[in-house]
Design a binder for this molecule. Structure first.
Ligand SMILES: Nc1nc2c(ncn2[C@@H]2O[C@H](COP(=O)(O)OP(=O)(O)OP(=O)(O)O)[C@@H](O)[C@H]2O)c(=O)[nH]1
Ligand SMILES: [Mg+2]
Length: 364
């Protein structure tokens, strides 16, 4: 088959990657192109894969390790999308706490896969609230070593996408754009919103045509990087709940996420991203928390029924054991005697030290 364009869309936890991936795939498919997506996480049971697969787009998943530490797994996912759907375009979403992607993914792709793959500029998504704090020299409410990862992601970008621009005024956006351009003069800055559609065509135009990919390497200290990842507890779990009476799952999801958010805020634990999907046959409701209580969003509808499949992915600055305790206690308080829970899969972990398959020291 002919070559496939590959777009890497990174950026910190909760920046808006999956939402943009879906919008981009929809637009590409609307133009008659065949688009495939790749999700990535430290463990299986991904809300992102569940969400994207429901939208009728082909999704390949690399779970158990990030793309950089399992480059061969990443290539396997690319090849499966090329083989199965003859993808014209593949958009891949690395784990939000990953950086050094230019050295570990972009350069190896350019060096070893130039016959099969046209590599697009490295896009890094940044949500306005966290970006503004980082530009002010702050830590975006994160541990300083997690904020280090955020800065390195921006540093190595070819394109910075300021996301969720519907949430800020046009004056604030102009200021943020100017300051981002000043701080990262070599990167192209594009403002996007998946709510208004702003900037998505402009970004797609760039990543569909430009070949100036992975133009710079960030100088990443792996001790700080490893610690920045290790301060985040990681939990991926799926349970089935059943009951003798029907439940309104939208209200249930909202209550669950609200209760979780209260526990995290009370304990002053910084939330990277907590995402939930409740699936009831063809219907689903999804909820996200990307910081304190005011960031809580619930969308979609799973209607009412006696059974549900509930998947939780939580990345919060605390130990995995403490995170598990909080999520379990909060869920048990809702389940009480009303539901019979059946655990499908449940893991909680601390991301290990990143050990990339390849790490280039020069731009190819
Ligand atoms: N208002 C607004 N919200 C957005 C936009 N894009 C994404 N979001 C919301 O931001 C939250 C996180 O979005 P995701 O797309 O899951 O973020 P992500 O970067 O994939 O997160 P991880 O996979 O955990 O790293 C969700 O609640 C989205 O609905 C946007 O353009 N505007
Ligand atoms: Mg995502």
């Amino acid at each position: 088959m002919s070559s496939t364009r590959i777009i890497i869309a990174g950026g910190f936890l909760g920046a808006g990657k999956t939402t943009l991936l879906w919008e981009a795939a929809r637009k590409l498919m609307g133009k008659g192109l065949c688009a495939g997506l790749i999700t990535n996480d430290q463990a299986p049971e991904l809300v992102d894969s569940a969400l994207l697969s429901r939208e009728g787009v082909k999704v390949a998943e690399v779970s158990g390790s990030c793309f950089c530490c399992n480059f061969n797994g990443f290539i396997h996912a690319v090849q499966s999308l090329r083989g199965e759907i003859e993808a014209d375009v593949i958009i891949a979403e690395p784990v939000g706490s990953c950086t050094d992607l230019s050295a570990t993914i972009m350069q190896p792709l350019k060096k070893f896969w130039k016959q099969e793959l046209e590599v697009a500029p490295l896009s890094v998504l940044a949500d306005p609230a966290r970006l503004a704090s980082i530009l002010n020299g702050g830590t975006a409410g994160l541990h300083p070593d997690a904020a280090y990862i955020y800065r390195k992601q921006l540093e190595e970008s070819d394109i910075i996408l300021i996301t969720k621009t519907d949430l800020i005024s046009s004056e604030m956006l102009e200021t943020l754009k100017k300051r981002t351009t000043k701080a990262y003069p070599s990167s192209t800055i594009i403002a996007v919103s998946t709510v208004t559609g702003k900037g998505i065509d402009e970004w797609l135009e760039d990543v569909s045509k430009r070949n100036d990919a992975g133009l710079r390497l960030a100088d990443v200290d792996y001790d700080i990087y490893a610690h920045g990842e290790a301060v985040l507890g990681w939990l991926n779990g799926t349970v089935r709940l059943s009951s003798t009476t029907e439940t309104d799952w939208d209200a249930f999801t909202y209550r669950f996420l609200t209760a979780l958010s209260e526990r995290f805020d009370e304990a002053d634990l910084s939330v990277g991203h907590v995402k939930i999907i409740a699936e009831n046959g063809d219907q689903y409701v999804a909820g996200n928390l990307t910081g304190k209580a005011e960031t809580l969003v619930v969308r979609g509808s799973a209607g009412s029924s006696r059974e549900i499949k509930l998947t939780v992915n939580a990345r919060v600055e605390t130990s995995p054991g403490e995170l598990n305790k909080i999520v379990k206690e909060t869920l048990n308080a809702l389940v009480k005697d009303t539901y019979t829970p059946e655990t499908v899969a449940w893991r909680f972990l601390m991301p290990g030290r990143p050990q990339p398959t390849h790490r280039f020291v020069e731009v190819v």
